[in-house]
Design a protein around this ligand. Sequence first.
Ligand SMILES: CC(C)(COP(=O)(O)OP(=O)(O)OC[C@H]1O[C@@H](n2cnc3c(N)ncnc32)[C@H](O)[C@@H]1OP(=O)(O)O)[C@@H](O)C(=O)NCCC(=O)NCCS
Length: 432
Amino acid sequence: MSTSTPDGITLELITPELIDGQPSESWRLLDRAISRGFHGPSANAEDRKILTELEIQDGSRSIAAFDRTAQAPDLHACEPVGTYSYFPGTLNVGGAELVPVHQVTSVTVSPTHRRRGILRSMITEHLAGAAAQGIAVAVLTASEATIYGRFGFGVAAERARFELKAGQGAQFRVPMTGSVRAADPAEIASQVEELYLAHHRATLGSVSHKAFDLGRATARWEDFENLKPSTKLRAALHYNASGELDGFITYTFDGWGQSPATMSISTLCTVNAQARRELIAYLCDHDLVERVTGRAPVDDALPLALRNSRDYSVTAYGDHLWARLLNLPSALEARSYPHDARVVLQVEDDMGFVDGTWLLEARDGRIVVQRTESGAAEARILARDLATLYLGTRSANHLAAAGLLTEHHQGAADRLDLLFSGLQTPYCQVDF
Ligand SMILES: CC(C)(COP(=O)(O)OP(=O)(O)OC[C@H]1O[C@@H](n2cnc3c(N)ncnc32)[C@H](O)[C@@H]1OP(=O)(O)O)[C@@H](O)C(=O)NCCC(=O)NCCS
């Protein structure tokens, strides 16, 4: 596949492949452009092979933008000036089934070609293709909060970082009822894979893990820039009172140069809050450790469970998962609706996917979504802000208070809140 943008930039679809055990030349050049775009080192041949194998396992595809006018010694004579990758995954939207999504990643444009509409061309082409394939939602994580709103993406899950004072063992108000077993991360791949999926099924806003995540959680490598087995990573498994496996944690000690002495959570995947609490308590129970740090949902219940709630502090807070609705009926029908409500909502979408006036009627846990005439609209919202309402990240009244939802009929925001309420706070711990 190859298309051209108005100013002579060519877009090409590139698929990862290994030829004689090495990435194809087109994939190698794409990979080099992505590393350059994020100011990272170029991978050596061995690492590039591993990364390509991982991309193949994930089913990745990339759009590469080429400037065919560039000539050597300009690197862009052969290397793309823009990159945009996507791979299939699933999103937990609070319904009976996980929803197929396209996960967008590795978006870069060379500084010599920025702000000429190359990202716009790549994203427009990809989102139209995804919608045509029946994908109802696209998701991404953003390097900057100012880039993707104009393409209809809104914040669908936020995330915090926390630190917890340790030093005297776990100080919780509630007794431990399950048990924790130390484990070698390299020997628990099947448990890790099972728990990733169980956590995903149990957690609104979570997306499926990538092949890379499994390797990192099992110490096959430290991170993208260090694809050597990790010698620092440790792990533990949690079992509930009935002896059923319901969580794992991986963590590293930050080193004796760090004060206070800190245990950092790398991955914490549980199917319930008790397992999460007790795995964090296990880290606090390590002698010589004065602090535990990690990621958390923004409404973390952990401080409530502590004898001294001030031992817990949030050190960072912000957007994490961004979503783009591509098919409104399919996206909305995929989640559940604990409350009956009816609203006519006008959605403004520059890219057209969910543009229009829609009757939303939830009854007995299900929703009916139908186009209706524009004069009937009771409230108005942009597509990007509807993505924020979708999983309950923010309420309609909250969006109205920010001036992002306009009520034509008094009470429309309250009815939207009734309709969209009733789910847990979304949380996505996977990075991509
Ligand atoms: C972000 C990036 C891919 C944008 O590519 P680009 O080709 O310059 O973007 P476009 O020219 O298509 O811009 C489209 C619109 O987005 C805006 N925009 C693009 N990047 C932006 C940014 N970083 N901040 C604010 N606005 C931005 C443009 O001003 C333009 O707005 P308009 O349509 O209202 O005129 C590029 O700057 C980049 O590679 N950044 C470093 C890597 C990175 O952060 N990637 C994103 C990873 S999530």
